[in-house]
Design a protein around this ligand. Sequence first.
Ligand code: F6P
Length: 336
Amino acid sequence: MSQDKPQQGRRIAVLTSGGDAAGMNMAIRSVTRSAIDHGWEVYGVQEGYAGLIAPREQGKIRRLRARDVGGILDTGGTMLGSARCPEFADPEVRRRGVANLESMGIDALVVIGGNGSQTGAHVLHEDGVEVVGVASTIDNDLLGSDITLGADTACNVALDAVDKLRVTATSHRRASIVEVMGRDCGYIGLTVGLACGAEAIALPEVDMSPEEVATRIEDAYRRGKKHAVVVVAEGATHGGAALERILIDEYGERIGFELRATILGHVQRGGAPTVFDRLLGARFGAHAIDCLARGETGVLVGLRGRAVQTTPLSEIIGKIKPLDMSLVELARVLAR
Ligand code: F6P
């Protein structure tokens, strides 16, 4: 956007895309009310890019006023709805979205989402739309933000579940194998595994054989422990098979503890946002509007250290943020 564009009465849109994440609602609220504070009109796009490209008569793009985003800051999910929209990679399909925005006089878009969503934001920006991304995914796999909106809540939900599983595992002297989400990134697995003192943490980024995990479980049994916890990131598969399945099928009868597996799944996406995610959503949303106001577009809003900063989308798309390997080592040292 050029700096000399009239700001008063400007129209912008906001959407949430990909897997929902707690704190998205706070970000929508912050985008909406910060923009209104600038004297702009705000439009909410329902169901992510799918809503953006839908025929206009379906009414997926609707005006958001300050009160429309009231009463949502304590709820997970997204009031706008979300979707995965692989067809958005097709330039012809994207053109429909751009045409929808133009026909409504909307000249900029805030995209709240993770890796796939920010790839969509990047190509849309290359198509000429003024776009600002907000880093939001439970996976915390996006470069450009030390932590993404929703990751803290997902980790807390998963940790709460593991703490409960440890209670029953202790009563029955069992090993509880818990699969957490994260796609190809082990952030949730590592964070939860370290926080719960897991005997073993299986991550996509770390080569650990089922044999080694089984040995750690058996060692815990021999040391007299009443329970063992193994946290498995969903991306830590072996030959395409889930690690918990291999452990139960191949080692279940001979490592002391009886084994039980739990896949936490989408429960991790449904928590009420933590105070951390609420503040992050508020700060990210307001920063996205500041970016649009000063004409800084094609960027991702994220947290670096304690500061909210931007990174060009071109530098972050298609990449996965590396794990802090010192924490992997720390978890190994502390599990005794
Ligand atoms: O990206 C968030 C995430 O929850 C991943 O951890 C998981 O692999 C994926 O989304 C699940 O996708 P869906 O909700 O489409 O099944």
